[in-house]
Design a protein around this ligand. Structure first.
Ligand SMILES: *Cc1c(COP(=O)(O)O)cnc(C)c1O
Length: 495
């Protein structure tokens, strides 16, 4: 099939064409800066407004997104992003404030941040929360910094080992590596739990702590979670919770109550902030009593108590042993915090619990429908996601081929080749926002693809057959990143 691609705005540029009308100058004219600071040429395309709109509209259609269809990308929680979030984050009072404004003029924003800290504490069972980190990975970094500061302050400076299960997300060892600590990998047992014997053997006085995702990336709730935490605490370590899978637990289990000492939230997963190119991430971190004095600064607090006729004044406070600032200003306020605040406010406690229950129900429904067709290595009741193998005996088909074939049916593929402990892994997370009809269609298509894998493997190996671009050379794409859709004619020379 031939695909006709419209020319880009660069090719359509015509000298002198304009999409804007500059207003008359309403301030005194001043001289330009010295010549050496000025550019003589600025090669911007010149176009009418309609050309620009069409260009961006066309680009938006090249991309698959959760508003276009089912997006079961495991671990990423690609849930629907309610549109009311877009209204609230664009309210002028939020949109047009500046982080350096005097706090007397930004009380509304500060109240929102304060309540967000309180809500996240209530949801997770932690004693304190910072909203600063820009994403889950930066939240991990902040959390591990706090763990190190805690040990160092007590003069306990032999601790250099972080225990990380083999099912962990790559950001966990990466965060630890950035701090020069040593990663000790803990295997999973045959039910997808942390292997207790291996954990016990690794626990000693050099352990900083453990980083655990629960439910883990196999979608399994650890059946011995209390023993795992007791073992880590028993050797003086701290317990880090990777909160990326909190969607499965909302309103049911609080990680703080389980004994975790620190955990990041991914507001762009659990709390419906758009992600994957859709907007900024947001990775607040909650901590238990041991770490509450180490939180990044500043936090939002009440700086002048309420009196009979004056409401409290909200402002910024610094914890006693703070590890310092993680990020300029106060986190991703409008794009992250306001959207997530709206989502929590709209659902309330009962609604949040429904989210977790439907997310888990949807995943178990799909798992049950696919169990007879695909091998599921850790086959027990799952939480919000599950992992199956994308391979069949005697067939050359791999997980990647199945994923590419799914694109022909307008489905986004599941996560491929993660977690690493499952061969040809396909990690499926339907989320709570999909209805039964969509889940059934997805299961039907996967069952059909399994049949095709035996009878017409080339159909899978050539897929996707109906997208703007066919199958990519993934190694080349990763090694030679081209991040714009248009290349100047002399691109090769510019390199
Ligand atoms: C997404 C994810 C992370 C990292 O979070 P980012 O916000 O993408 O930095 C860490 N662990 C798990 C299990 C994840 O799914």
């Amino acid at each position: 099939m031939t695909k006709i691609v419209e020319p880009t705005i660069f090719e359509l540029s015509t000298p002198g064409r304009r999409g804007v009308t500059m207003p008359a100058v309403d301030v005194p004219e001043t001289a330009l800066p010295p010549k050496e600071f000025l550019r003589s040429e600025l090669p911007l395309p010149e176009l009418a407004e309609v050309d620009v709109v069409r260009h961006y509209m066309q680009l938006s259609k090249f991309n698959y997104n959760v508003d276009a269809g089912f997006y079961p990308l495991g671990s990423c929680t690609m849930k629907y992003n309610p549109k009311i979030n877009e209204d609230t984050c664009r309210l002028p009072g939020f949109l047009f404030t500046h982080p350096l404004q005097p706090i007397e003029t930004t009380q509304g924003n500060l109240v929102l941040m304060y309540e967000m800290q309180e809500w996240l504490k209530e949801i997770s069972g932690f004693a304190g929360v910072t909203l600063q980190p820009a994403a889950g990975a930066q939240g991990e970094f902040a959390g591990v910094l706090m763990m190190r500061a805690y040990h160092n302050l007590r003069g306990d400076d032999k601790r250099i080992k972080m225990l990380i299960p083999d099912a962990a997300h790559g950001t966990n060892p990466a965060s630890v590596g950035m701090l020069g600590m040593t990663v000790v990998t803990i295997p999973s047992d045959d039910r997808g739990n942390v292997d207790l014997k291996a954990l016990e053997a690794a626990c000693d006085e050099t352990v900083v702590g453990m980083m655990l995702t629960n439910p883990n990336t196999l979608g399994m709730f650890d059946e011995h979670i209390e023993q795992v935490i007791a073992l880590v605490h028993g050797c003086g370590g701290l317990m880090y919770g990777d909160g990326a899978n909190l969607n499965a637990l909302l309103g049911i289990v609080r990680p703080g109550d389980l004994g975790f000492d620190v955990m990041h939230f991914n507001l762009h997963k659990t709390f419906s902030v758009p992600h994957g190119g859709g907007g900024p991430g947001c990775g607040p971190v909650g901590v238990g009593p041991k770490l509450v004095d180490f939180l990044p600064s500043p936090l939002v607090g009440i700086v002048e108590a309420e009196t009979d006729d004056v409401p409290p004044l909200y402002g910024f406070v610094t914890p006693k042993q703070s590890i310092g600032r993680m990020k300029a200003f106060h986190g991703h306020f409008g794009g992250g915090l306001v959207r997530a605040y709206t989502y929590i406010a709209m659902h309330g406690p009962d609604g949040l619990k429904d989210i977790a229950q439907y997310a888990v129900l949807n995943a178990n429904y799909l798992q049950a429908r696919l169990r007879d067709t695909y091998h599921i290595p850790f086959d027990r009741i799952c939480m919000h996601e599950f992992v199956m193998e994308g391979q069949f005996e005697g067939s050359p088909i791999r997980a990647l081929d199945i994923s590419k074939r799914l694109m022909d049916f307008n489905f986004h593929p599941p996560t491929n080749y993660f977690p690493l402990i499952v061969h040809e892994a396909l990690m499926i997370e339907p989320t709570e926002t999909e209805n039964k009809a969509t889940l059934d269609r997805f299961a039907d298509v996967l069952i059909q693809i399994a049949e095709e894998a035996k009878t017409q493997p080339e159909l899978l190996q050539n897929a996707p057959n109906d997208t703007l671009f066919g199958r990519m050379d993934e190694v080349k794409a990763a090694r030679e990143l081209v991040l714009c859709c248009w290349l100047p004619e002399d691109y090769e020379k510019l390199k």
